[in-house]
Design a protein around this ligand. Structure first.
Ligand SMILES: O=C(O)CCC(=O)C(=O)O
Ligand SMILES: [Fe+2]
Length: 342
């Protein structure tokens, strides 16, 4: 009998549509369960938040003045506090509300793509960019904090690290931009609390400690051309001290560099920030184009701002924004999520 085993096209279409419907329902349910597990914990009380913040170093904001090398932000912004100077690193408590964090997660979650494609295993998270007109209120807020027009901001990025995922040592300036135009501020906001793992760690902050230049000593030094987007001062250990006084260094991430003059190695300090929902972290990865320092370092990099997203234990969500001196030369566009604007 002709075609008895054949499934009619209309049924095939229906089955197909059903399969797609089931798949997308399953995906939505998985995403909802995932979000639920990430936000399940009770929100931190005001007191708990203060206690957490008091664990960080506190530098009087009155000491922050525009130095001509870095962006002059609005030092009066509510919730702003400085936790490091030279390079300046700030926290902004409650930059986003709990509801805003969650809305952003809902918005971005269905559009994630692997971060791995362009970053050589430096990074194992997922991410997406959100269309600028869907984050107008947030951008207006950031523009106030940063003292820049909204047009200087890249499209909002949202990243998720599942357990064991990370973003290794890196700098935030980009290579291949036009002369003296690069990222001059990084502002990111944690979208959830993490009890364990996922800290953002600044790895090579300046230190007053003097060095002995001995084998096994912890040092950091500039490493040209080994980072995805730029160079910076990376931490490591002296492997050998040579007759001419120079040293061989094993970097902590497995790379190495030989015959570094003593004058080019230095002691360093680290600083870790623990993800807390709604809290912003702000620093200046690159010098202003008008700063004399911008000419001295490739990609305008402030070499002290090398940092990493440590391995996640609890799932971690973070939302990043970058500022350019005028119009961003990269990442201006994002996806239309169709979800409610923020
Ligand atoms: O995930 C983090 O803690 C930091 C993210 C970051 O450094 C970046 O996206 O450039
Ligand atoms: Fe970064």
């Amino acid at each position: 009998m002709e075609g008895s085993a054949a499934v009619p096209a209309w049924l095939l279409n229906r089955q197909h549509a059903k399969a797609i419907g089931e798949a997308s329902r399953k995906k939505a349910a998985e995403a909802a369960a995932e979000r639920e597990s990430t936000r399940r914990k009770a929100p931190a009380s005001k007191l708990e938040k203060e206690a957490t913040l008091s664990q960080y170093p506190s530098i009087p904001l009155s000491e922050y003045a525009s130095d001509g090398d870095h962006l002059a932000i609005n030092a009066d912004y509510p919730g702003l506090r400085a936790i490091h100077r030279d390079p300046w690193i700030f926290l902004v408590s409650d930059l986003l509300s709990r509801a805003e964090c969650e809305e952003l997660m809902v918005k971005a979650g269905p559009h994630f793509q692997s971060s791995g494609g362009y970053s050589n295993n430096f990074r194992t998270s997922c991410e997406c960019r959100v269309a600028r007109h869907e984050t107008q209120r947030l951008h207006a807020r950031y523009a106030k904090l940063l003292n820049v027009p909204v047009g200087s901001l890249e499209a909002a990025k949202v990243s998720r690290y599942r357990r064991d995922e990370f973003f290794r040592n890196h700098v935030d300036v980009l290579s291949g931009t036009d002369f003296l135009e690069n990222r001059i501020a990084t502002l990111f906001v944690y979208l959830n609390d993490c009890e364990a793992g996922g800290e953002t760690r600044f790895l090579s902050l300046p230190s007053q400690r003097s060095l002995e230049y001995a084998v096994g000593e912890k040092v950091c030094c500039l490493s040209t051309g080994r980072d995805v987007d730029g160079e910076g001062d990376y931490p490591g250990v002296i492997r050998a001290v040579l007759e001419d006084g120079s040293v061989d260094v094993d970097f902590d991430d497995g790379d190495e560099v030989a015959r570094v003059p003593r004058s080019a190695v230095r002691a360093y300090e680290t600083l870790e920030v623990k993800p807390a929902q709604g809290m912003g972290v702000l620093f200046f990865p690159g010098y202003l184009p008008s700063s004399p320092k911008a000419m001295r370092f490739r990609n305008q990099l402030d070499r002290y701002t090398v940092h990493e997203g440590c391995v996640a234990v609890d799932e971690k969500w973070v939302h990043q924004s970058w500022v350019w001196p005028s119009h961003p030369q990269a990442h201006y566009d994002g996806v239309e999520t169709g979800a409610v604007g923020l």
